[in-house]
Ligand binder design. Structure first.
Ligand code: HEC
Ligand code: HEC
Length: 473
């Protein structure tokens, strides 16, 4: 297997990992030695790294319990589970990341349950090039902050509700086929605390799948930066920018990796932000924020009792917090089935039409002493971990962290074929607007416009092969 691994130099050129039409055998184990069994069912994303020794698998299971835990408001008799809210989106991690899979947009008349609405108002000062501890991801709405909390505990009004209307559009494809896209129009109803600030900007986000995240966290920063081409010096129309953001967990600026706009550099940062903003819980990273994401204007919320066990102690105690991070790091990527001839053809098309310019097939993880199972693994995530301008249709026109209003982080494609089995739907992209992989591709614009147009122009059998390849991941 070793001699098939391309040289480091070849790896620097995005896409070269797919250079041969014969797949590298390691592709079938996309998470390296941490790959898990392909159960082919709803449990596909919920297994601990395949190479975890027994005692660490046990820690993973306890972490799963914290991920599933439903928090309650304070004061309560169960002091270890209280502190929820006052304002929140969900009572537990698992409610959004159902079966560790992806969320979806709300249906007509339904409350958004696995989709978050981020908020901000136009910035008044430019963002510093080197973020510090006081650099906010965006300029908070004066009343509602950076996120719409759609629930409140007893006595606290929800901030509002998210609703969406769809407009259908037809997209003719080569060979006489026609695809249909649904274009969303998002709105917020029932504002609970008066009107929002002028120029309010919104950004809907579904919960992404949870697999392989600990591997992505361990990809060396230099290898990701090597793929960045912010000025498009190689003139392929694809630039790719690294997101430089503040890490509360590390205490310094670092490369953003997680979230649809690469706002969080580590899984500890992402988990702490989720506890704080989605559930109103303080953690070792946001010790003082027992009130969650309430702004100073929300005085009742700021004054409510919290679940902190004492001064300087977070509601989510360090032991529980570490367990959740351990869990998030070790959700394994399922093994791939032996490719069919059609899948192999789709793999070559994916490479030849320029998908791999952003969906970089492969990386090798670095080393972390506390994570031997995730260290030094050849992985196949199909992302370059960079920000790309994806054009007007996908733009949320809301800058966040290092990303501007047109940029999104290349979504990893591993596990794509399990979406239906795990999540019971196949809705893709940051707001779940695409109802399948073909629609997701047709929404690509900006730097990905040329690749998208090539898919439109493919003969139907080639398009089917490309989709078969995506379904095999
Ligand atoms: C209300 C729904 C919701 C809840 C509750 C929630 N998440 Fe998330 N999660 C999201 C969304 C939406 C994103 C994408 C955020 C973004 O784009 O910035 C996300 C992103 C993530 C990511 C990054 C995934 C990636 O591929 O980049 C991790 C890790 C994560 N959440 C962990 C957690 C943990 C741990 C908890 C519980 C403490 C939690 N989440 C609770 C909705 C939720
Ligand atoms: C310029 C970079 C770029 C190119 C080229 C590109 N993509 Fe993407 N892709 C992205 C980004 C960024 C996203 C996330 C966009 C969003 O959610 O709004 C994405 C999302 C996707 C998704 C949905 C993933 C999910 O989790 O929701 C699929 C499927 C996909 N791309 C397939 C392809 C295919 C196939 C091609 C080649 C035809 C391609 N992409 C070319 C950057 C790119």
């Amino acid at each position: 297997m070793r001699r098939l691994i391309p040289t480091a130099v070849a790896l620097l050129l995005a896409g070269t990992a797919l250079a041969s039409d014969r797949p590298d055998p390691s592709e079938l184990l996309p998470g390296g030695a941490a790959t898990v069994r392909n159960t082919g069912d709803a449990r596909a994303f919920s297994q601990g790294s395949g190479n975890l020794p027994y005692e660490r698998l046990f820690t993973f299971r306890i972490g799963d319990g914290v991920f599933r835990k439903l928090w309650v408001s304070s004061p309560s008799s169960t002091t270890s589970s209280d502190g929820l809210g006052p304002l929140y989106n969900s009572r537990g991690c698992q409610s959004c990341h159902l079966r560790d899979g992806r969320g979806r947009p709300p249906e007509a008349g339904e409350a958004a349950s696995s989709l978050l609405m981020r908020l901000s108002v136009p910035p008044t000062a430019p963002r510093p090039t080197e973020p510090t501890a006081s650099t906010l991801p965006a300029t908070p709405d004066p009343t509602y902050g950076l996120q719409l909390q759609t629930f409140g505990i007893q006595g606290h009004a929800a901030e509002g509700h998210v609703a969406v209307n769809w407009t259908e559009e037809a997209v003719p494809l080569a060979g006489g086929e026609v695809a249909h896209l649904r274009r969303p129009a998002w709105r917020i109803e029932n504002w609970g605390y008066g009107p929002p600030g002028p120029g309010l900007m919104t950004s809907p986000r579904v919960a992404p799948p949870m697999i392989g995240l600990g591997l992505l966290e361990l990809v060396p920063e230099a290898d990701i930066l090597a793929g960045a081409d912010p000025d498009d010096r190689n003139h392929d129309g694809v630039s790719g920018r690294a997101a430089r953001v503040w890490s509360g967990a590390l205490g310094h600026a670092a490369l953003g990796r997680f979230g649809w706009k690469a706002l969080a550099p580590t899984l500890a940062d992402q988990s702490a932000d989720a506890f704080m903003a989605d559930m109103g819980l303080s953690t070792p990273i946001h010790v003082a924020q027992g009130y969650g994401e309430c702004t100073p204007a929300q005085t009742l919320c700021r004054a409510a009792p919290d679940g902190s066990p004492g001064p300087g102690k977070p509601e989510v105690e360090p032991r529980l917090f570490d367990l959740v991070v351990f869990y998030a790091r070790n959700l394994g990527v399922p093994a791939r089935a032996e490719p069919t001839p059609e899948v192999l053809r789709g793999r070559a098309i994916f490479r030849d039409i320029g998908c791999s310019a952003c969906h970089r097939p492969s990386f090798t993880t670095g080393h972390a002493d506390d994570r031997p199972e995730l260290s030094g693994q050849r992985i196949w995530p199909y992302t370059d971990m960079l920000l790309h301008d994806m054009g007007e249709s996908l733009a949320d026109n809301r800058p966040e962290g290092a990303a501007d209003g047109h940029e999104w982080r290349t979504a990893p494609l591993w596990g794509l074929g399990h979406t239906q089995a795990v999540s019971g739907h196949t809705e893709l992209l940051h707001d779940g607007r695409a109802r399948n992989a073909l629609e997701a591709i047709l929404w690509h614009g900006g730097e990905a416009q040329a690749a998208r147009d090539r898919v439109v122009g493919l003969p139907p059998a080639d398009r089917a092969a490309l989709l078969a390849f995506l379904g095999s991941l």
